[in-house]
Ligand binder design. Structure first.
Ligand code: NAD
Ligand code: ZN
Ligand code: ZN
Length: 382
């Protein structure tokens, strides 16, 4: 008698849960009952514990055309079930979601030069990487994803390459910020710009991303960290993250790049655009010094994606670099960033200005639009 072959039990149940669905650009999200499919091969289904609002969610919600959709990409959760071929995760694992994954085998992943995975990189069409389908539906009609994460839902499905297992001792309501904003800023300062001790840094936009660049610059021993923001309320908070000089361009008679040139003796060593305004990329380039001035652009623009700059800026040795997720390869690098958080070597909690229950998610959008928050963390019902 032959023994039956052992078959691993795979999840095949649909979960019905609450999700914040965006039905159109700029329309308030509606908490709906959605059906979440079981994870497909190489995917995992996650019970979201906490998710915070990043400016990129808000920009996409206001300006993009893919609806209905579930936004959210900065999150932590617990693995509920795993699809076929998943060996790295098991039910109960604590994870960070990531909007740009790491397959570990593509040209970019093995290059040692880039974190822009060609297989699991930024997904822009509102679907899953693997089969270009969705895992959410209401009455059989698809609801689109955002960045193949969609954490504004009690349960979500992600590719196993778009989640990072983390030490279960870390508080999930804090480290969700390492899933995007704080990691993006620290990485831009350390991996992309590689700021050196004693240098001068100017940061345009003092939200969580800009102030994480500031933290990164401070930890590298930058001697001047100039912060530029049109919101006067940012000044006080910014000093706590290492900003040594605050400039509100609306209060200055001179163009801001001139003010920076005076303050830095001819231009900053490094400039970071953390607003999402390509006009400010031009200003940042102008605020850098000749010879080696480096501008790193992190912001995601809502309108006008083109950047303009006088070619002379580049002839005189300045450089412009883009930075997605701070150059971090999520699976290879994030666990060490989480360790730094455990050892209190980096600040993370300090960016959380509001804690809200998930049902109040529209309040988080209002607070960000009004410039009243850094990060709002939304907590799912237990
Ligand atoms: N590249 C990446 O990996 C990455 C990751 C996360 C976020 N982002 C992008 O980075 C940007 C910042 O994100 P955030 O979550 O910190 O946003 P945020 O809205 O919290 O911060 C933006 C800041 O810019 C300021 N600002 C707006 N217009 C300005 C102007 N004209 N001059 C000076 N300051 C101005 C605002 O007052 C605010 O303080 C966004 O564009 C976001 O989409 C990029
Ligand atoms: Zn890859
Ligand atoms: Zn983000």
């Amino acid at each position: 008698m032959s023994l039956p072959s052992v078959q691993l039990k795979q999840p095949n149940n649909v979960i019905t849960c609450k999700a914040a669905v965006a039905w159109g650009p700029g329309k308030p999200l509606v908490i709906e009952e959605v059906d979440v499919s079981p994870p497909q091969p190489s995917e995992i289904r996650i019970k979201i514990v906490c998710t915070s609002l990043c400016r990129s969610d808000l920009t996409a919600w206001e300006s993009q055309a893919i609806f209905p959709r579930i936004f959210g990409h900065e999150a932590t959760g617990i693995v509920e079930s795993v699809g076929q071929e998943v060996t790295e995760f098991t039910e109960g694992d604590h994870v960070l979601t990531v909007f740009t994954g790491e397959c570990g085998t593509c040209r970019q992943c093995i290059s040692g030069k880039s974190n822009l995975c060609q297989v699991l990189g930024l997904e822009r069409r509102g679907v899953m990487h693997s089969d270009k389908g969705t895992r959410f539906a209401i009455s059989g009609k698809p609801i689109y994803h955002y960045c193949a994460v969609s954490s504004f839902s009690e349960y979500t499905v992600v590719h196993s390459g778009c989640a990072v297992k983390i030490n279960p001792i870390v508080p999930l309501d804090k480290v969700c910020l390492l899933s995007c904003g704080v990691a993006a800023g620290l990485g831009a300062a350390w991996n992309v710009a590689d700021i050196s001790k004693g240098s001068s840094v100017v940061i345009f936009g003092l939200g969580t991303v800009g102030l994480s660049v500031a933290q990164g610059a401070k930890l590298r021993g930058a001697s001047a960290i100039i912060g530029v923001d049109t919101n006067p309320e940012k000044e006080e908070k910014a000093k706590a993250f290492g900003i040594t000089e605050f400039i509100n361009p609306n209060d200055s008679k001179e163009p801001v790049q001139q003010v920076i040139k005076h303050l830095t003796g001819g231009g900053a060593d490094y400039a970071f655009e953390c607003i999402g305004d390509t006009g400010m990329v031009t200003t940042a380039l102008q605020a850098c010094c000749d010879g080696w001035g480096l501008t790193v652009t992190l912001g995601v623009p809502k309108v006008k994606p083109e950047v303009s700059a006088h070619y002379g800026i580049f002839l005189t040795g300045r450089t412009l670099k883009g930075s997605l997720f701070g150059g971090w390869k999520p699976k290879s690098d994030l666990p060490s960033l989480v360790d730094m958080f455990i050892k209190k070597e980096i600040q993370v909690d300090e960016y959380i200005t509001h804690n809200l229950s998930f049902k109040d998610i529209n309040k988080a959008f209002d607070l960000m639009r009004e410039g009243k928050c850094l990060r709002c963390v939304m907590h799912m019902e237990k």
